[in-house]
Design a protein around this ligand. Sequence first.
Ligand SMILES: [Zn+2]
Length: 85
Amino acid sequence: MGRIIFWLVIAFGVLLALRLLNVANAGSRRDATTGRASRSRGRDRAMVRCVGCGVFVPRADAIDAPRGPTCGDARCLRLGQRDAA
Ligand SMILES: [Zn+2]
């Protein structure tokens, strides 16, 4: 009986160690991805003004129209196209 409990404790110890390793790996992986994401987005963090409605949107999310950047709303896209044509 004592041997069974001993091996159960060993098995749980190994599982716990693996779990801790996984958590540590996931944490470092998450740091790496967020670091990369924020670095690549840093260039596009500037805000631009929508030519349609005047709302400020991040440069990366803005959609370029002939008149200037738009927020992506259908109405604003139409306004962005209208005067250029
Ligand atoms: Zn807009």
